[in-house]
Write a protein that binds this ligand. Structure first.
Ligand code: SF4
Length: 284
């Protein structure tokens, strides 16, 4: 049995940057002459339970809202947040470390510019996802979000539509939404804000899935970019499995398989990928 890793897989620039910033904040506080302050994140720093547990052991607490924090340091995740929330945290006296991924900041900026130019902003993304909620705050009151073309309302709020995309959406989802808008006679102004890391991982996942008998996708079950990789691989290779750790591997999945592909979401650290590859190789 041959285990083949996708040419591009695992932790992306924005996730590594956020992890580095939070680890630096912990180290700075530990070295501080004054009493060290607690470090918080709004929600888990990344959608990877193993990494979040490791950060918890190092003293980083994930909270659901800033009301839960009395004092200390608040790290903003790579997904970004509405600007009002950062202001609120600062007014409360918290030290804010903004780890919003620069690519997400670009989407927020694009939404802001489209709105300022009089466009109704359509976000191709998952409503309720923290990144999308952050983008909404820049996109004007009439902005709306759809996951795909099927979710487009029959009657659109405006004929002047500007499109931005959640960084982790697939090219295909964007293309079908734009095609449907054009089919309805509109000429949307499209800002393709899918991040390169996402594109490269998706392309590599497709190439991988086309040439293997089974695929293992590693990453948090609530990670949208990992779920997208799973969907892409599954569409080319029905024997595709999404796991968070090697303990979930089931040898029956790979019966008769000669080539097993491995890919991983943008919030999956290298150690987790290596552990899965080693476990797969041990199945032989
Ligand atoms: S997937 Fe792209 S946008 Fe999201 S954190 Fe990583 S680099 Fe940033």
């Amino acid at each position: 049995m041959e285990v083949i890793r996708a040419t591009c897989a695992g932790a992306c620039y924005g996730v590594e940057r956020a992890l580095k910033m939070v680890r630096q904040a912990i180290a700075d506080e530990q070295q501080s002459d004054v009493t060290s302050r607690p470090v918080y994140t709004l929600g888990p720093l990344i959608h990877n339970p193993q990494v979040v547990a490791e950060l918890e052991r190092a003293g980083v607490q994930a909270v659901a809202s800033i009301e839960e924090i009395e004092h200390g340091i608040l790290v903003i995740r790579s997904h970004g947040v509405p600007p009002a929330l950062i202001e609120q945290a600062r007014e409360k006296g918290l030290t804010v470390i903004d780890a919003t991924c620069p690519h997400v900041s670009k989407v927020q900026q694009a939404a802001h510019e489209l709105h300022a130019q009089g466009y109704t902003v359509l976000i191709v993304g998952e409503e309720g996802h923290p990144e999308v909620e952050g983008i909404f705050a820049y996109a004007g009151a009439d902005a709306f979000a759809v996951r795909d073309a099927d979710e487009l309302p029959k009657v659109l709020p405006s004929e002047k539509i500007g499109v931005v995309v959640q960084t982790t959406k697939s090219q295909n989802a964007l293309a079908t939404v734009v095609e449907e808008l054009q089919r309805r006679g509109l000429e949307p102004l499209v800002k393709n804000t899918i991040c390169q890391s996402t594109r490269k991982r998706q392309k590599a996942a497709e190439e991988l899935a086309r040439g293997v008998d089974a695929v293992v996708v590693i990453g948090g079950k609530i990670s949208s970019n990992t779920t997208r990789l799973f969907e892409i691989c599954k569409s080319f290779c029905p024997r595709t499995y999404h796991i968070e750790s090697p303990a979930e591997l089931n040898p029956l999945w790979f019966e008769g398989a000669k080539r097993i592909g491995v890919t991983a979401g943008a919030s999956t650290p290298e150690e987790q990928i290596t552990a899965v590859i080693e476990a797969l190789e041990a199945l032989e």
